[in-house]
Structures are given as structure tokens and as C-alpha cells.
Design a protein. Structure first.
Length: 464
């Protein structure tokens, strides 16, 4: 009965696009994880950020990840008592073996002390942090940071910054995941929000069939209409030469030519002009995205502001009650978002699965910015049903070598169940400077909100 119910729920999603499976080019990642004295760190976690895939180093500190799909990835190395290191990679050569070595810096003794109590000022700052990081949606109400006392705050002139002495252990009972999240940066200004970090997902065990069905429904709802869903549908439209795929996915696309880079907002759905009387023109995917000379890479470009209307789901009431809500109106039966390129960029490069090669190349606002970490899913979710060439095989590969065991933690939260984690972050030692297979960034998942601006999956948001 449980299988039948899940099948009935997911069948429409699976039929969104059917593309014959194609052989998928892959590569291998290998290397060593050592300390600053070049001594091996056995048992360190090495994983692909935003996924469930990874491995553990052997007694010599060596790791190996095979059959990694070509494209953009963030590789993370972590171990208890050490700072996490990351490396952003663009894998382009089929069959290549790429060596990435990590040298982790040990934490000072004072950095791993957990305070059992925090004062009222800390509690106020934590509540603000939780709103800006986890979000204000219905899913956020079911999402809990299990070890909040590892977070330290500093506030100056209205700007709140946060650091974490070890990975946050986040349990999302709405989607059915426990996430180990290494927070590398967090900054909240009165009208702007930015955070970045490296998430490793672990599926929770449902209590019964009803909970399993609820999680499946919530995951599907979180994915549909998301930035990842949009970018995949745009790439699929071009890769399959089927321009109707984005429309069939539920997206209507518009351009407001003389708005964008400076952070101006477009009009709400239904208007023909944006703010200031700017003309609003409906466009096709081919007007926005094109294949490049590199196989499996695409260029998203436009002049002005791109407005995205997702027609298959109405606004949630919380959208009008959020911290930055300024409109006095009723709920709409569509979700409207805006996309722009941070100045001075005029494009974003995407891989074959719609992931940005530069993790800071796109800034989001509107409804997509309202949905924050509580709506986050593993990178592989929805991939098999995306209609992208090679996507079904890629989804299988991501599930093939999942990280066995949880990252360790040196400081569990008082009163929380023991959930070992590790300080997550990474630095490479053996990747050559200027390597064409490598792209560097400084955030695996970064989101910004300026009047609801958000930068998705490693993209910056800098509103003047």
C-alpha cells in the first residue's frame, strides 16, 4: 500500500519529461587529507557538497570518489578538531582522474568549547539568525538546529554576523533530512541577508507510511518552482531542442530591459510594465540560454531583469507576512520571482544539469528568496525526472557512493541527542593554479535577501 501511494504521488512528476538514457561522461576524484604538518588524517569525511555522496579517508588519509558526473562540483573535506576545507571544481574531461589534496588547520582548544547557557541578548540574536537562515515558511516551523549553542554572534550598526565553531546539525522534519551544515559566513543587514556553507544531507527514517508519504509530497512541493527546477528546465529546453519544456514545467518568463543589475524589482504577474513604467516582455528559453562550444555547458544571458512566474502553485500566506513584506494585497495564485546578474556580470554559465559554474553568478529576489534553507534539497533530488540528457544515470551515480557514517562533532548541543558532526571546510594543496578544470568560489550554498533578495547555491547578493 505504501509503495502504491508513493507511486501515485510521484507519477505525474516522473512523467514531466521522458528522455532515453544516454551514457554519461564521468571522472574520478582522489587525493589525501593531512594536517598542516602533512600528517595523514584517517577517518576524515570527503564529500560532494549539497549531496549525500562521499567517502572516508583510509589510515594514510587517502580518499577516492569514482564515477563523478562531469560538471560543476564543490568538494569538501572535514574532520573533528579541524577547520573544514573546500575546493570548487569544474570537471570537463571524460575519464580524467583529478587529484585534490587537503591540508586542514587544527582548531585551537578554545574554539571547541560549548557554552551550556546563553544570555537573553544571544537568544534575541539567535531568533533573528533563525528567521534569516532557516526561513519563515511552514517547513521552517518543522526545522530545528539541534546544536545552536555552537553559534557566536556579533552585531554592529544593525548588521548581525554569525560564526559556528562546528557544523550545525539541522533536522528538517518537514522534508525528512538531517543536514550537517558548515556555516562559513553569515551577515544580516536590515534589508540584506547573505550566508554561505557546505551541506551534507542524510535521510531520516520515517516513523510510518503516512510520514513517508508526507515527506515525499513536501519534497516535491519544495523542488517544483525552485531555482534548481527553473535552471534545469531551461537547459533541458535547449539540450533537447524542445522549447516548450520550460512552459510545460509551469514557468512563464519575462524580461524588463532597463531594470536589473542595480537591484530594481520587476512588476508583479499580470502587469505589462515594471516599476517606473519599464516594458515587460514575454520571452522563450531560446532568448535567454544557448549552448556553448564546450560540450555540456550553457550560457544564460539577458539585458535587464528577468521575471519568472511559476503558475502551478499559489503564494503561501507566510509570503505576505514575512519580515520584509511591504505589499498590502491578497494572495496570488502564482509565484513571482526575479533574477539578475550581480554587477558587473552579464551572464551565468551552467553545466549540463543546470548548476552554475560560478557559484555567485545569479541573484534572486521575490518568492524564490522567501524560500530559504528549510526548502533545501540534495542536489540529486528531481534530477532523474528533469528531462536532461544523462540525468537518470547521474542520479544513480550520486546514490552509488553515499557517505557511510556521520561526520563527527566535538561539541554536541546540551540536551540534544548525540549527533556526531565535524567542522566542515576545505583548502586544496595539489590543484594547479589556473587549472582549466577548476573554478573557485567561497560559498557552497549562499543566499542573500535584500527586500527579499536571495543568492542561491553559492551566489552573492550585494544590493547597494
Amino acid at each position: 500500500m505504501r509503495r502504491l501511494a508513493l507511486l501515485a504521488l510521484l507519477l505525474p512528476f516522473a512523467l514531466a519529461a521522458a528522455v532515453q538514457a544516454q551514457p554519461l561522461p564521468t571522472a574520478t576524484l582522489e587525493g589525501r587529507v593531512t594536517d598542516r604538518d602533512r600528517q595523514p588524517i584517517p577517518g576524515a569525511s570527503v564529500f560532494l557538497a549539497q549531496t549525500q555522496r562521499g567517502t572516508i579517508t583510509d589510515r594514510d588519509g587517502r580518499y577516492r570518489l569514482t564515477r563523478v558526473p562531469l560538471g560543476a562540483h564543490r568538494l569538501v573535506a572535514s574532520s573533528a578538531g579541524f577547520e573544514t576545507e573546500t575546493e570548487d571544481l569544474i570537471l570537463r574531461r571524460e575519464g580524467q582522474t583529478k587529484t585534490v589534496n587537503f591540508r586542514l588547520r587544527g582548531l585551537e582548544l578554545g574554539e571547541v568549547v560549548v557554552e551550556a547557557e546563553r544570555d537573553e541578548e544571544w537568544q534575541r540574536r539567535y531568533e533573528r539568525f533563525a528567521r534569516r537562515f532557516v526561513g519563515e515558511t511552514a517547513n521552517a516551523a518543522e526545522t530545528e538546529i539541534l546544536n545552536p549553542f555552537v553559534i557566536d554572534f556579533e552585531q554592529r550598526l544593525g548588521t548581525l554576523t554569525a560564526t559556528a565553531r562546528e557544523p550545525l546539525v539541522i533536522e528538517n522534519r518537514a522534508l525528512g533530512y538531517r543536514v550537517y551544515y558548515s556555516l562559513t559566513a553569515f551577515e544580516a543587514e536590515p534589508n540584506r541577508n547573505f550566508f554561505t556553507g557546505e551541506p551534507l544531507f542524510e535521510e531520516l527514517e520515517p516513523a510510518d507510511d503516512a510520514e513517508a508519504i508526507r515527506w515525499a509530497a513536501n519534497r516535491r512541493k519544495a523542488y517544483l518552482g525552485s531555482p534548481r527546477h527553473l535552471l534545469r528546465s531551461l537547459v533541458a529546453s535547449i539540450a533537447n531542442d524542445q522549447p516548450e519544456m520550460a512552459d510545460e514545467a509551469g514557468f512563464s518568463l519575462f524580461i524588463i530591459p532597463n531594470q536589473g543589475g542595480g537591484g530594481a524589482f520587476g512588476s508583479p504577474f499580470g502587469g505589462r510594465r515594471g516599476r517606473g513604467g519599464a516594458e515587460r516582455m514575454e520571452v522563450a528559453p531560446s532568448d535567454l540560454i544557448e549552448a556553448t562550444r564546450r560540450e555540456g555547458e550553457y550560457k544564460l544571458s539577458f539585458v535587464g531583469l528577468m521575471e519568472v512566474v511559476y503558475r502551478d502553485e499559489p503564494e503561501a500566506r507566510g509570503f505576505l507576512e514575512r519580515e520584509w513584506a511591504r505589499e498590502q494585497r491578497g494572495l496570488r495564485d502564482v509565484q513571482t520571482s526575479q533574477i539578475r546578474f550581480p554587477v558587473p556580470n552579464d551572464r551565468a554559465m551552467l553545466d549540463r544539469f543546470g548548476r552554475e559554474l560560478d557559484p555567485r553568478s545569479i541573484t534572486l529576489s521575490g518568492y524564490m528568496a522567501y524560500e530559504r534553507f528549510a526548502e533545501d534539497l540534495p542536489r540529486e533530488y528531481g534530477l532523474a525526472e528533469s528531462g536532461l540528457p544523462g540525468a537518470e544515470e547521474a542520479a544513480r551515480l550520486y546514490a552509488e557512493q553515499r557517505l557511510e557514517g556521520r561526520p563527527e562533532t566535538s561539541a554536541p548541543s546540551p540536551g540534544a541527542p548525540p549527533a556526531p558532526t565535524a567542522e566542515l571546510d576545505a583548502v586544496e594543496d595539489d590543484v594547479e593554479a589556473g587549472d582549466p578544470d577548476e573554478a573557485k568560489g567561497d560559498g557552497a550554498s549562499s543566499k542573500g535577501n535584500g527586500e527579499d533578495d536571495k543568492a542561491e547555491d553559492g551566489k552573492d547578493d550585494t544590493r547597494p
